[in-house]
Design a protein around this ligand. Structure first.
Ligand code: DQA
Length: 151
């Protein structure tokens, strides 16, 4: 059987990681996080397809693309987490197991970051662990997909 693929999607301003508010988001760039994810996915026996967009509709299209090309989804929708019914609906529509991630602990920050439209569409949320939030999500998703295989 061919290797399973996990789509990892990143929303607005995450292309600026490394320069953007490093006291909150750290010094690692998105390319570094992609590298960490590739290494982790390889160890778990999965392939990843890693994307970033500043545009809400493009993220909707990538989620729809994942329906054809992937078995699971990890999404850091960034600020769209707190605003986007379109992204919520897209994740629901494709029906893939999905995990919401954030670098920062959104619950320890401003009140407007405490609500997530993504959370109700995903299996769970991992936030506050910096780049490790992504690798923890890969572990969790690999577990879900491996359980599915056994069922
Ligand atoms: C973020 C948290 C969001 O509230 C914020 O808008 C982001 C990044 C994070 O990874 O910590 O852009 O998703």
């Amino acid at each position: 059987m061919s290797m399973k693929t996990i789509y990892i999607l990143n929303g607005p301003n995450l292309n600026l990681l490394g320069q953007r508010e490093p006291h909150i988001y750290g010094h690692d760039t998105l390319a570094t996080i992609e590298g960490l994810c590739r290494t982790k996915a390889k160890a778990l026996g999965f392939e990843i397809s890693f994307h970033q967009s500043n545009i809400e509709g493009e993220l909707v299209s990538l989620i729809q693309e994942a329906r054809e090309k992937a078995q699971g989804l990890i999404i850091n929708a960034a600020s769209y987490t707190h605003t986007s019914i379109a992204l919520h609906d897209a994740v629901k529509a494709v029906g893939l197991p999905a995990i919401e991630v954030h670098l920062s602990n959104v619950h320890a920050r401003e009140a407007f970051r405490h609500h997530s439209y993504m959370a109700a569409a995903t299996r769970g949320v991992i936030c506050g662990f910096g780049p490790q939030s992504y690798t923890l999500a890969l572990d969790a998703l690999a577990h879900i997909l491996n359980q599915k295989e056994k069922a």
